[in-house]
Write a protein that binds this ligand. Structure first.
Ligand code: PRP
Length: 192
């Protein structure tokens, strides 16, 4: 029998209701900030982690909005910000001249991904680019970075759920929870 993923969670860090409140609050800010713009508003959902948060956020945006998907991986060392960003899946829209972009993330960790993506979108010539993240782990920062719209700061815990994974699992949890150490300790022992 398949196991119940909730059993692998030590405790809930951010409940479904809290995630929903975060999405509403950030969408309200976006609704206010972009109310007077005549440009197309494009949310860029960074796969895979931000699928659930993007979906939750866009439900509360009350103006026309497009959604694009992007998958990147980012490498770097030390404080190097100009490291490699590997675009595995790019957005489909090519006409970016008259566009306000908001990149949506599940979590900011080292800060590398969003720092590099901001630079990439500026190179593409978008009118404006901002970032929106459900979670922020400032204690893990390697490069200086602050998301424009930030849900909540969290300590350096092993969190999964609401899009965040461990070994590609647990993304479907409807809350953000702390993974039981036994789960990843067992995996390390098995070398997976
Ligand atoms: C995670 C997360 C962010 C990024 C944050 O993605 O979803 O995109 O790392 O890290 P950074 O601030 O150190 O750059 P991951 O590469 O694990 O891919 P996933 O979204 O498919 O899980």
């Amino acid at each position: 029998m398949r196991k119940n993923i909730h059993d692998d969670i030590e405790r809930i860090l951010i409940s479904e209701e809290e995630v929903d409140a975060i999405a509403r609050r950030l969408a309200d800010q976006i609704n206010r900030d972009y109310a007077d713009s005549s440009r197309d508003l494009v949310l860029v959902c960074l796969l895979k982690g931000s699928i659930m948060f993007t979906a939750q956020l866009m439900r509360y945006i009350n103006m026309p909005v497009e959604v694009e998907f992007m998958k990147v991986s980012s490498y770097g060392s030390g404080t190097q910000t100009s490291g490699i960003i590997n675009v595995q899946l790019d957005i489909k829209r090519t006409d970016l001249g008259n566009v306000d972009v908001i990149i949506v993330e599940d979590i900011v960790d080292s800060g590398r991904t969003l720092t590099k993506l901001m630079a990439l979108f500026k190179e593409k010539g978008v009118s404006s680019v901002k970032t929106c993240s459900m979670l922020d782990k400032p204690s893990r920062r390697v490069v200086e970075f602050k998301p424009d719209y930030c849900g909540t700061e969290i300590p350096d815990l092993f969190v999964v759920g609401f899009g965040l994974d461990y070994a590609e699992r647990y993304r479907n949890l409807p809350y953000v929870g702390v993974l039981k150490p036994a789960v990843y300790e067992k995996a390390v022992k098995r070398n997976i």
